[in-house]
Write a protein that binds this ligand. Structure first.
Ligand SMILES: Cc1ncc(COP(=O)(O)O)c(C=O)c1O
Length: 429
């Protein structure tokens, strides 16, 4: 494969952009090699600057539920752009968007639009702190909630010890208020609550984790969290930046039938433009300025182009509820094909899938939390990634990311992917 133009661009990029990229995972660091520079996307395919084409499963890390450039989103953008790109004043589309979100996700009584998933999670925790008057919160090891300081904390070995910053630049003060529990382990949560009585404002969780590969929280675990939060007056936040409008119209909360107090959104909610949102119970959301004292703002929040693209995506979902049956059956085809390949090769790698979110871990241990996820052989994943790429399949350049299937993936795409999976594994194992 000729990648000389990408290589040249990457060398140039590294002179002006830290690491040559504007978000770390794009740099291919965990799989080796240089990233490809993408020229355009169409449906299930992307085309790089050297003219190579790939069936791809990143979907811009989640937003592209309908593949690249769906006509209904492009038309909505073309129509909106004629009226101006930004006003910093209310528009009717913001009202339509907020109403539509409350129709699609019943737990949302009010919603505030922001510009990224990070802003959404950061603001949701601030709202919970303002509402409860408490400062600490619990997150789970292996869950990612964006790059706000207080999320970049990893626990020490004892779950009851104070967190240690994962990144330089995050202060000990920030770390002290972040408590880390184990995913799918209710006792680890109970211990933290007992040790920090009436000090915990919120518990934030990805109800289907997509940032340690794909790992589903059990229904039992999530209902126990709901119960504890009710008993202890803790705000339960579902981070559905990735799962929102992907695993079901109403997100993961619809599948498990558990109602969080607040929910955060991103990715699909922007139809490919930079958007996030957070919402939930009116009594908490009324705390947000200017309705209440908890400050939250954004120059470009509710931007008309972003709202036009996001509204088009969500309206399409509302008008075509069968989208999720289609995604489920496409996900099942891929899962069954991969399972069949593994059987032929005598391997029992863990395969976790929820609808159109999918992950094959290079470990034969079942994966249900961070500790089991990291038993994966990441070096082997690197070989698998490059083998798939050479065969025209573009996967996430890191083991602990999800494969995202879109409605644009055809049966032919899926068959080609399954065939490449077999050939690649046969070559590298
Ligand atoms: C679950 C979850 N929360 C929050 C974020 C942060 O979103 P953003 O990258 O838009 O800031 C991500 C990003 O991948 C995510 O997967």
């Amino acid at each position: 494969m000729d990648t000389s133009k990408s290589h040249k661009l990457f060398e140039e990029a590294k002179k002006f952009i830290p690491g040559g990229v504007n978000s770390p995972v794009r740099a291919f660091k965990s799989v080796g090699g240089d990233p490809l520079f993408i020229a355009r996307g169409e449906g299930s395919k992307i085309y790089d600057v050297d003219g190579n084409s790939f069936i791809e499963y990143i979907g811009s890390w989640g937003p592209h539920l309908f593949g690249h450039n769906p006509s209904f989103i492009i038309e909505a953008l073309e129509s909106a752009i004629k009226n101006g790109t930004s006003f910093g004043a209310p528009t009717s589309l913001e009202v339509e968007m907020a109403k539509l979100i409350t129709e699609l996700v019943p737990s949302i009584e009010m919603v505030r639009m922001v510009n990224s998933g990070t802003e959404a999670t950061m603001s949701a925790v601030r709202a919970a702190r303002g509402f409860t008057g408490r400062e600490k919160f619990i997150k789970f090891e292996g869950c990612y909630h964006g790059h706000a300081d207080f999320f970049l904390i990893k626990a020490g070995s004892g779950a009851l010890t104070l967190g240690i910053p994962t990144s330089p630049g995050v202060t000990k003060g920030n770390a002290a208020d972040t408590l880390i529990a184990d995913y799918n382990d209710i006792n680890s949560v109970k211990k933290l609550i007992d040790a920090n009585k009436k000090e915990i404002a919120a518990i934030i969780i990805e109800p289907v984790a997509g940032n340690m590969g794909v790992v589903k929280a059990s229904n039992e675990f999530l209902s126990s969290l709901r119960k504890i939060c009710d008993e202890e007056n803790i705000v339960l936040i579902f981070d559905e930046v990735m799962t929102g409008f992907r695993v079901a119209k109403g997100g993961a909360q619809e599948i498990v039938g558990i109602t969080p107090d607040l929910t955060t959104f991103g990715k699909i909610i922007g139809g490919g433009l930079p958007v996030g949102g957070f919402g939930g119970k009116k009594e908490i959301m009324q705390m947000i300025a200017p309705a209440g004292p908890v400050y939250q703002a954004g120059t470009l929040s509710g931007n008309p182009l972003a709202m036009a693209a996001g509204y088009a995506a969500l309206k399409h979902i509302q008008d075509n509820p069968a989208v999720y049956n289609e995604l489920e059956s496409k996900g099942k085809i891929l899962e069954d094909g991969f399972k069949n390949n593994l059987k032929k090769l005598g391997k029992k790698f863990a395969l976790n899938r929820v609808g159109s979110m999918f992950c094959m871990f290079f470990t034969e241990q079942p994966v249900n939390d961070f500790k089991t996820a990291i038993t994966s052989d990441t070096e082997l994943y690197g070989k698998y990634f490059h083998g798939m790429l050479e065969r025209g399949i573009y996967l996430a350049p890191a083991q602990f990311e999800a494969v995202f299937i879109s409605t644009a993936h055809s049966n032919d795409d899926l068959e080609k992917t399954i065939a490449a999976h077999y050939e690649t594994l046969k070559a590298i194992l």
